[in-house]
Design a protein around this ligand. Sequence first.
Ligand code: DGY
Length: 320
Amino acid sequence: MKRKLFIARKLPEEVVAPLREKFEVRMWDEAEKQIPEKVLLEEARQVDALWTTITENVTRQLIEASPNLKVVSNLAVGFNNIDLEAAKEHGVIVTNTPDVLTETTADLAFALLLASARRITEAEQTVRNGEWTSWSATQLTGMDVFGATLGVIGMGRIGEAAARRAAGFNMRVLYHNRTRKLESEKRYGFEYASKDILLKEADFVLIFAPLTPETKNMIGEQELAKMKETAVLINVARGGIVDEEALYNALKDGTIWGAGLDVFEVEPVPMDHPLLTLSNVTVLPHIGSASIRTRLAMMNMNVQAMTDVLEGREPKNRVV
Ligand code: DGY
């Protein structure tokens, strides 16, 4: 009997094909619509392997209701959508997609930093809306990136890749992390700083930490108050790390100058979200790892991991 596998998002058929050869595969096939929780539970209940993305929650309830489940592969490096404790308790292996997305996500972080600093999306709208009526010396003036101080909170693989990009802009790099990165300090001149010093001195604060109970709302009213009035906050990690109400207030009353957000507490961000009313926020729909090559590499990694588990091998990139 073939092992059973469920794919909770519509994924390209050429990626899924090798799985279909070996396993009985079912896939949620509404491209633009997320699978309802009830349907996910029902599907998971019957399978040996579950392929998820960041939009599906793999809860304790799901794991406990799925007696044959052996592996959950998540199409992301982050895994805050999965109850790891429950997975561990029930012997369910969880895998993710580190490394292949590091440079791509760092590129996006820098793109968002540049776009926020130089008001790129506002500027484009000005042209498209027919509001570019004449050149003006003060129109759409922004912040210099060259020579500024970058503060990276969460110096993991992606944080460090973003920090390396700063050299091209002659930036000073401060970082805050649970552990010091002495090798990188020596090699690239990155400076370790307490969170307070980083917030006070950085012109651009980049968030790369994972979302955990400890990092939830790590950037709130008090932290924002420590930042420069000219500072820009960039978040490409997870929405829950930044207190969105506090950020809205800080951007509205000029506590900080701007923000660039690729992630939100609730995604897709509701259209009536107060942050969307502000022109000093650049917003993106969680596209950090979205290059064609990287997404393909991530998907292939998940295919390999699920195949390994179902064929009795230890998968790479095992989280638990
Ligand atoms: C990740 O990998 O965690 C991203 O947020 C999804 O691409």
